[in-house]
Ligand binder design. Sequence first.
Ligand code: DOR
Ligand code: ZN
Length: 396
Amino acid sequence: MIVIKGGTLVDGQRTVQADVRIDQGKIQAIGLDLEADQVIDATGQVVMPAFVDLHAHFRDPGLTYKEDLATGAQAALKGGYGTVVLMANTKPTVDHNEVYQDIVDRAEALDLIQIYQNYAVSKGLKGEEWVDLDHLPASVKFLSDDGFGLQNNKATFQLFERIKKLGKGLMIHEEDRELSEIDYRYAEDVHTMRDVYFSGKTGARVHFCHVSTIDACKAVEYGKAQGYPVTMEVTPHHLYLSGLDYKVHPPIREEADRRYLVEALICGAVDCVATDHAPHSEEDKLKGSPGMIGLETAFQVVYKVLVEEYGQDLQLVSRVMSQRPAEILEVNKGRIEVGYDADLVLVDLAQSETIQPNTIRSKSKNTPMMGETFKGVVTTTVVNGEVKYRREVNEY
Ligand code: DOR
Ligand code: ZN
């Protein structure tokens, strides 16, 4: 029995000065003077549910010079994440059961974080032929052609009908590739509007990835108001950056978009933050690969925007980084309550960190935040009741 002592517990619903006891992977008691075999001293720190990321790319198999399951998991732990959902754009694509099962088995053997693997929607993410939808592994929760999107309207509508029948969810990267040649904003807005509409017509469960414009966000808000089964995420970089020319899909937008997204996150219209952690080598970035890493800086960036810039409290941060994503994934995580999985993170808000290549655990270093200093340092990450990460004093 481990007791985390002396910290301030913060989750999406409350802030309380108390200790938390974990046993057999679960939160077993919350209170004061709890008996323990082992104590983790959290004096002066906040204790939050470990973060849950619905959107990351670990590039394994096939592109492991950018990232692999182990380095991705280490990056996640350093950022305070206990659970990560991986996208299917690996090599080969996660479009058949062997590659799916191989990733799931290797992730389990690693025993670092909880990994959920998304299944591709179409073979090779080409949008031409669907994967074998009738023989999906039972453990698949979401399907996604993230990185590409679904181009054909009729095929997309029919896919939604089948997804509804299967009882799975779709995570959709919204991009009309014809329109992105004219304006990437139209590309995102038009396909988001289409898929909100199709979700309403078919009842298919749709989660909108990395929503980045005012109109796309409003479209999903409309769907929610209608009672459609839709949810949405925003990335830390779209909450923090505007008007910057750093290649990522969807692009960094205008300041008005950024502000709208932050306000939509504050009022609960946007469900959660997801990193879209997209590691690329220096050479690949020079060749134009879109994306940036995000797992290790997500909390710091979200804290800076929501707490420092917008004066919100940590409970909101916890809601959008742990509670809501856990609810969307339908896992017993994201809260500090008896009976929940013991996935916890200790954060020292008195410490700051400057992002440097040597502080990054990911194999890739592609981030425009390099050199910036952020408040809030993850000191300990507990997953499934076990300490999986402890920051050494003066580690960097
Ligand atoms: O910027 C991005 N990078 N957006 C995506 O949708 C895909 C991702 C990647 O896989 O690199
Ligand atoms: Zn995407």
